[in-house]
Design a protein around this ligand. Sequence first.
Ligand code: NIG
Ligand code: FE
Length: 387
Amino acid sequence: MSALLVTGIGELVTFDPAHPGPDGVLHDAALLAVDGRVVWTGPAAAAPNEDADEVLDVDGAAVIPGFVDAHTHLVFAGDRAEEFEARMAGRPYTAGGIRSTVAATRAATDEELRRGLARFVSELHAQGTTTFEVKSGYGLTVQDEARLLRLAREVTAETTFLGAHVVPPEFAHDPEAYVDLVVGPMLDECAPHARWIDVFCETGAFSVEQSRRILTAGAARGLGVRVHASQLGRGEGVALAVELDAASVDHCTYLTDDDIERLAASNTVAGLLPGVEFSTRHPYPSGRRLLDAGATIALASDCNPGSSFTSSMPFCIALAVRELGLTPAEALRAATLGGAAALRRDDVGHLRPGARADLVVLDAPSHLHLAYRPGVPLVARTLRSPA
Ligand code: NIG
Ligand code: FE
């Protein structure tokens, strides 16, 4: 048994309904974790008197749950900095750029891809992310998609098969044949390495009919469903996600009133990815409208070399407060508990007894500083449960 006592916490955000207020925030607090799980939080003066193996005095700092980033594309080679530069000069984002990352990724060795992943994982850790999902989607052959998922599995249990990212150039003349490949041999090879299946349901990628076929085939193999939808324009992807009880539908940039009502009445989380709007110049999604309607939202980085090359959840929180209409506490909740809901996990994203002891010590007295001091590295320390 190994016990860790964190004490001297100026502000502890637990999301534990046993504590006062909607976010379960404590002041002058302490937290006890045993064998990598939270067992107690409360006033520092009442901290259990058992012998802790380790005491961490954070000297008045704020402590929050580790971020849960439920949407990333971290296995790829190369970058698309010139595409970003052109966009900032007025060129629109199109999904076409994905194909250049596919070419670079296919040409990369496992070791090169592993090195890239390791770099992103250390960026995530340094910025307070303790749980993250990783998608395939830059291989688009049976062997390459399975390879990307095997590599992703080395760094996370939350792996997503995204063979239906775009139709690769060699199938441009016959997209239906590519869908046949995805639901047949590619799914056979990839399903053992994935927990989830995802589709880019958007004009220029996959139609709602193709998406339904792919997602249904994945669900029949035991994969959970996630969807990319309404990133570049309105469409039927959100309705499809709700119909299939997807864990999340991500982007949600162009929502109809019906979409919002459907989401609010469903178990499907709306994943908001403001790093995308930052770097594509599309309008930001309305987090406010979704919350007011009663939907559950998650904030995620969507870290990828095309539409959002940031791995920083604090940056996403700052954008969410400034541009999505969220309060700092709502943004923090979406980046922790919301991400956990999007992955259908109840062991992360909060600090209630039983949760994994995944927590972030901020170099700040309050979570408000995450949005108040944008761009400043405020993560002093990330603790991730080994259990
Ligand atoms: O989530 N929208 C589709 N896929 C990614 C972008 C991938 C890329 O541009 O390379 C996204 O934004
Ligand atoms: Fe994405």
